[in-house]
Design a protein around this ligand. Structure first.
Ligand code: ZN
Length: 254
């Protein structure tokens, strides 16, 4: 009996020691993982930007491209989530003071960041329905003729203001309101440097008139989301047409 007890105790001790040794080895195991990762460098390589993440043709897509060669889509399109952003508004109560929810939130954040830098800005024009654009465009045609109108205002159905993702901004003191000289104001300089941080781009940049089809509009911003805005900033590409290889230009598609 006594021998059996001793053998049993020794067996238990051996099992116990064995368990402790096994436990300490498995606890060390995670520290070997980085070693094994060294053999697969592809796993740590940054992924190339996915240009197919969102549609370029669906009017409800944040990446939709509307230009003189690519109408927005059905003229009755109305975004489903229009809201009035909580910012300074040029024409309170007007339909053009609305934006898609995601763009409105980004504008609020951007305007408050600008304010922290001492720059007060106002929303000049956001969403415009097809009918609103008909009246606006016809007004330009009546006063300047169609050729001049086409350089300054999109024809109805071709304006990205109908997406609820485009926004005209201006200094709250109205300096250079919707004029080329806006680009030289503190607000214009700030927007050019910082808009991308909030998911916006200057949609009609200087020097790209033949690609976008429009004279430079330093006040006209377009919400495209931070992913794409940061990628454009990183690569130095300034138009959606160039980045995605989409045709644009000054003449309207028939
Ligand atoms: Zn505009």
């Amino acid at each position: 009996m006594r021998l059996k007890t001793i053998v049993l105790i020794i067996l238990c001790l051996l099992l116990g020691v064995g368990f402790v040794v096994w436990k300490s080895q498995t606890a060390d195991a995670p520290s070997f993982r980085p070693e094994s990762n060294k053999t697969t460098p592809a796993a740590v390589k940054p992924k190339p930007f996915d240009k197919t993440m969102y549609s370029l043709t669906n009017p409800a897509s944040v990446w939709v491209i509307a230009n003189k060669q690519h109408p927005l889509g059905p003229k009755e399109y109305v975004p489903a989530d229009l809201v009035v952003p909580n910012v300074s508004l040029r024409v309170p109560g007007n339909e053009s003071m609305q934006l898609r929810q995601v763009a409105a939130g980004a504008l609020e954040t951007m305007f408050s960041a600008a304010k922290s830098d001492g720059i007060a800005m106002t929303l000049s024009s956001g969403y415009r329905s097809y009918t609103y654009q008909v009246n606006l465009y016809n007004g330009y045609v009546a006063s300047q003729g169609q050729v001049a109108a086409d350089t300054q205002s999109a024809r109805p159905g071709f304006s990205e203001h109908q997406t609820g993702l485009a926004v005209d901004v201006e200094p709250s003191d109205r300096t250079c309101e919707v004029e080329a000289c806006f680009g030289g104001t503190p607000a214009g300089v700030w927007v050019k440097a910082h808009a991308y941080e909030y998911g916006f781009i200057i949609r009609y940049p200087t020097g790209k008139e033949d690609i976008t089809g429009y004279e430079p509009e330093p006040w006209h911003l377009r919400y495209i989301g931070k992913d794409l805005a940061f990628e454009l900033n990183r690569t130095g590409v300034t138009t959606l047409e160039e980045f995605f290889g989409i045709s644009g230009g000054k003449s309207y598609v028939d």
